[in-house]
Each structure stands twice: as C-alpha cells, then as structure tokens.
Design a protein around this ligand. Structure first.
Ligand SMILES: C[S@@+](CC[C@H](N)C(=O)[O-])C[C@H]1O[C@@H](n2cnc3c(N)ncnc32)[C@H](O)[C@@H]1O
Length: 293
C-alpha cells in the first residue's frame, strides 16, 4: 500500500520552513531567476544583493531541515554559478556536482559572446550523500560508436537528453495550457528532469521538498515514485493548478514511458516500483485537464 504523502501548501517558502518541524531527504530548488519575468505574487526584479540574501536564507533553512546525507538540487542560470556555489557553501552544503542541463532547442544568440545553451543544476549534500542510485540510460548510438551497446551507460553530469518545455512545436503536450491555448506557467519543468533527480537521490518512502512548486512537477513525479513530497507555492492560482494536476493525471505526466530508457539500471525495480503496471492516479485519457484562466 502506498503510504507516501503528497502535500501542496500555499505559503511563502521561508515562512513555511520557519514553522515546519519535519525533515527532507531531497530538495529541488527552481526559484524565480530574478530576470524581470512576470509573477503574480513575486517581484522578479529585486536588487541582486537582496535576491542572493534570500536564496542564502532558503538554502540555510532547508539545510537545517535536511536529514544527514540528504541532498539539494539547485537550478539556476549558468551566469549565476559563482553566487550559487557561495550560497550553498555558506549554508553548509557540500558540493557533489555541477550538472549541465543542455537544452535541445537552439541556443539564445548573443552579440559579443557565445550563445547560451545550458542551465546549471548544483547538486550538493549534507555531509556524504546517503543515497546515490547509479542510473543507466540508453541514448541512441553515435555515428562513431561502432559496437552496439548492450548494457546502457551511466548518467554523467552532462544531461543532454532532457527536452525543455519551450513554446511552440517542441513543447509537445506536456506544458499545461489555459483554455485559450496559452501556457498556464512559463517555467514548468519537464517530468523527465524531476524523474532523473528523484530516482538518483532517493529511495521509496523518502521525503522530497520543493519550495517553489510552480506547476507541481516535483509533486507529480514524487507521487508516482512513492516518495512523500511537500511543495510550497506562493501563488494561489498555481496551487489550484497543482491540486488539479495531482487529482487527474494527464497521459503526458505519466512517468512510465521513460522507464524503458532506464532499464539497464541495476536496482531499478527497487527504486521504481510499478505495481501491476499501474500507478496511483486517476487516468485522464484525453490529456484534457480543465484549467481556469
Ligand atoms: C521557476 S517557477 C518553478 C517552476 C516549477 N519548477 C515547475 O515545474 O512548474 C518558480 C515559482 O516560485 C513561486 N514563488 C515565488 N516566490 C515564492 C516564495 N517566496 N515562496 C514560494 N513560492 C514562490 C512562483 O510563483 C513560481 O511559480
């Protein structure tokens, strides 16, 4: 029986963290990047110092609530790497990897520097990581790889096989949309990104935390993997969206389609239970979640 809990809380994340008394095993941070984007309940044009003080406070407070050997994955723009490393170090986190999430769509052109083509995800632990599941994937063979691979390859710190949810043709049907076709949230992270993170760094029954839940991608994935999960989101509209997304699972949110890619992972059945090939959601076959504008 699935005893994992899945809770979404409408609050400011620091406010929540300061009241909370439990612990987390993994936290995923995908905060607003302070680049002047529009948010209903957040100013995305803060003075840089105030922004990084805020990020520092969030990382410190999460650290206090993290179990020994628990981990954090902190996603940011590549140009902020120095600040990210400083903030994590000052909060007590031990850096394990800087993951490069290489985008699939074309690079953002620049005038006097190279085009931007990746985002960073700093992966750090409280002490030594307690869990690290060495995932194996099976990417298509490159033209210079003569011999057919039989056992897959280990996931490294370069992730170039996860498609971002940009607008238009590439986005497919995973982005949540309003009835007029507009995106419900422009920063929705892909299911396959959270799947990799949660599978790598937790076991069944662990507690996952997302202080900037957005559309609830972390919750949707953690729930299917039988991890307990708590998400905090400041915008009540997003909270409503997450609640709907968790109740009616869209086909495009089903993680099972990615399982074949991880089939060579040694302990896959242990870290990813698939009871009778079904998961715990009610299926929405049409992929037609009704979202209010
Ligand atoms: C980059 S988005 C996260 C997207 C998310 N990873 C997803 O997959 O949908 C950041 C989110 O943080 C929320 N937010 C901003 N300030 C917040 C705060 N102080 N506490 C909690 N959530 C906040 C925003 O409303 C926004 O939805």
């Amino acid at each position: 029986m699935n005893k994992a809990k899945c809770d979404i809380v409408n609050d400011d994340c620091l406010n929540f963290l300061n009241k909370y008394s439990g612990t987390f095993d993994l936290s995923f941070l995908d905060p607003p990047f302070n680049q002047g984007k529009e948010y209903n309940n957040h100013d995305d044009s803060m003075p840089a110092e105030a922004y990084w003080k805020w990020m520092g406070d969030v990382c410190k407070t999460i650290y206090k609530h993290t179990s020994d050997g628990g981990v954090i994955y902190f996603m940011q723009r590549e140009k902020n790497i120095r600040e990210v490393l400083e903030v994590l170090k000052n909060a007590g986190w031990h850096l394990e990897n800087i993951i490069i999430w290489k985008k699939k769509t074309s690079a953002v052109p620049q005038v006097k520097r190279y085009g931007k083509h990746y985002q960073i995800i700093a992966f750090a632990a409280k002490g030594e990581p307690r869990i690290f599941n060495k995932l194996k994937i099976d990417p298509p063979r490159l033209p210079n790889e003569k011999i057919e691979r039989v056992n897959g390859v280990y996931v490294t710190d370069l992730w170039d096989d996860i498609r971002e949810l940009t607008s238009g043709y590439f986005a497919g049907d995973e982005p949540l949309r309003l009835s007029n076709g507009d995106r419900a949230h422009l920063q929705q992270a892909p299911i396959s990104l959270l799947l990799r993170i949660i599978l790598s760094s937790t076991k069944v029954g662990d507690v996952v935390f997302d202080p900037f839940a957005g559309t609830g991608t972390t919750l949707v994935v953690a729930k299917q993997l039988n991890r307990s999960v708590i998400g905090v989101e400041i915008d009540p509209k997003n909270v409503e969206l997450i609640e709907k997304r968790l109740t009616i699972q869209r086909k495009s949110d089903d993680i099972l389609k990615y399982r074949v890619n991880y089939r060579h992972t040694d302990n896959l059945d242990k870290i990813w239970h698939v009871p009778n090939g079904l998961n715990t959601f009610q299926k929405d076959k049409q992929n037609a979640l009704q979202i209010n504008d």
